[in-house]
Design a binder for this molecule. Structure first.
Ligand SMILES: [Mg+2]
Length: 256
């Protein structure tokens, strides 16, 4: 090999190396700079449903739900807050007026947990106001209209069970009757922060709709088919939910 040939080869290799590096850097810059494709709607929806269990969540449409129902009449039970009513306005007002240690949506504060009589008085005052007036500011959810319309059309029996505190009087039953055109329903069952299992058994619930993990857990324990109604992301109830993680069906478009 002559010295000239050797120099040429070294020059070619050097240029090749520079080209390779420049190309790689160029491609990297291009990749970084290139707008990434937006996630599809279905991916966004799936992420909203259950970030930890994408692909395993059993999503169900209203139509599929209707097709899956057994012969009527069934006993169907609904949770209230964030399932049939968007009640965040009332809870937000309560938290601001009485303090989050007394009123906090989704946190199971019990009267006996409060230290002073003054706090216990405030607690009772809030729950009395909630069940007898503040719900005037609660907004019925669209999905609740659809579900109740479906079950009414089949002649199913509709029940409501809530973990709210009962203080001796309530207008909630009358409000639900009016909103959803329900003529004959039993008074709403208040469990006073306790589990709903016994209430679900008492009404012989076949299907149970709820937004919280507790609703789903209690439905499974009581032998009812749980259907998850999604809690709106604007709810002031920040207790975590794990939609679909119990193997329950998650109703599509049920946030609002
Ligand atoms: Mg609820």
């Amino acid at each position: 090999m002559t010295t000239e040939t050797g120099l040429k080869r070294v020059l070619v290799m050097t240029l090749g190396f520079i080209f390779t590096v420049a190309t790689s850097v160029g491609i990297s810059i291009a990749v970084i700079g290139r707008p990434q494709p937006l996630p599809t709607i279905s991916k966004v929806a799936a992420a909203a449903v259950a970030p930890s269990a994408i692909g395993e969540t059993k999503l169900i449409t209203l139509h599929q739900l209707e097709q899956s129902l057994g012969p009527a009449p069934l006993d169907v039970v609904f949770d209230v807050d964030d399932t049939v009513l968007f009640t965040s306005a009332a809870f937000q007002w309560g938290t601001r007026k009485y303090g989050k240690e007394i009123v906090s949506a989704g946190v199971s504060v019990r009267e006996e947990d409060l230290k002073t009589e003054e706090d216990r008085q405030k607690y009772r005052e809030f729950w009395t106001k909630l069940n007898n007036g503040l719900d005037e500011y609660s907004v019925p959810k669209w999905i609740a209209y659809e579900l109740i319309k479906l079950h009414k059309s089949r002649g199913d029996r509709i029940h409501f069970v809530t973990k709210r505190i009962f203080t001796g009087e309530e207008q909630l039953t009358a409000l639900l009757k009016e909103h959803f055109g329900l003529e004959e329903i039993e008074p709403v069952i208040f469990t006073n922060r306790k589990a709903k299992v016994d209430s679900f058994k008492k009404v012989r619930a076949t299907i149970s709709y709820g937004d919280s993990d507790g609703d789903i857990r209690d439905s499974i324990t009581a032998g009812a088919r749980p259907i998850r109604v999604m809690r709106a992301r604007t709810s002031v109830n920040v207790e975590p939910v794990h939609n679909g993680d119990f193997g329950e069906e998650v109703l599509m478009n049920s946030e609002f």
